[in-house]
Design a protein around this ligand. Structure first.
Ligand code: SAH
Length: 259
């Protein structure tokens, strides 16, 4: 998939270097130029690159500077990898890079990655969709320097209930709790879990309810690099699963199994 003179956007996964896809790993092993998002990509992954591979951290660079490096690499006919944390399609700012590559007539492709939501669910050993509790997952964030469209204000999304996964928001826990409660569906007893640096060696997990989670997160000293999960599915460990799934129900036939 990695071609000379083109850019391959690769999802690095949430942190554990073994959580990159096989395809992503192979791309790194063949890369001649890599630009990686230094704030959250595990540098251990870069050890997979060939010794003579040119490697740049994009953390201190602006868009134009990133593009300059990518375009120069492609014009020199190199195999270029743009390594993003988690999955590149979520809060990855890849669209603007792809647009510039389109304008320059340069080809590209994307290899997905394990996003923080699924790394956090794995750390918690938690299913995010339970029959009779929630069948919907909403990935969102609070507005920061990047605004959130009015129609997607957290209180409006929270009104739907379901399971919410919040990125880029752990530094605003008080606002987050106020917004979630303002939706009118979640209550002070709604369970919440916060996972800091899921899948990294220094991972931390904090669990609570909308009443006490902000205090617990502050006490744990977590103010960045964390994923917040909200919803009744998190309570199933205490209350038990209300309904077993139809998929493995002995009385439920489907294409692969007869009753
Ligand atoms: N593209 C990334 C998200 C980038 S935005 C992805 O798919 O995961 C950066 C935010 O993602 C962080 O502020 C945090 O909310 C979340 N995040 C990324 N990696 C994480 C991890 N290992 N553990 C918890 N949250 C993480």
């Amino acid at each position: 998939m990695l071609k000379e003179g083109e850019v391959l956007f690769v999802g690095a996964g949430p942190g554990d270097p073994e959580l990159i896809t096989v395809k992503g790993l192979k791309a790194l092993q063949q890369a001649e130029l890599v630009v990686y998002a230094g704030s959250l990509v595990n540098p251990a992954l870069l050890e997979e690159c060939p010794e003579d591979c040119e490697v740049h951290d994009s953390a201190p660079l602006n868009l134009d500077q990133v593009l300059e490096i990518l375009l120069a690499g492609c014009r020199a006919n190199k195999k270029v990898v743009r390594l993003h944390t988690g999955d590149p399609a979520l809060y990855g700012a890849i669209q603007e890079q792809m647009e510039a590559l389109d304008e320059a007539g340069i080809g590209y492709a994307v290899i997905p990655g394990v996003t923080a939501t699924f790394a956090a669910a794995a750390s918690l050993k938690q299913e995010l969709t339970l029959p009779g509790v929630s069948q919907t997952l909403c990935l969102t964030r609070l507005a920061g320097r990047t605004p959130v469209p009015e129609k997607e204000q957290l209180r409006r999304l929270a009104a739907n209930g379901g399971t919410l996964c919040l990125y880029l928001s752990v530094g605003m826990m008080d606002t987050l709790v106020d917004e979630l409660l303002a939706g009118g569906t979640f209550t002070e007893q709604t369970p919440v879990a916060v996972v800091y640096r899921a899948s990294w060696p220094d991972e931390k997990t904090v669990s609570g309810t909308l009443t006490d989670i902000a205090g617990k997160v502050a006490q744990a000293g977590i103010s960045r690099q964390a994923l917040i999960l909200v919803g009744e599915v998190l309570g199933a460990r205490q209350t038990g699963v209300p309904e077993k799934s139809k998929l493995y129900d002995p009385d439920f036939a489907h294409g692969y199994r007869k009753v």
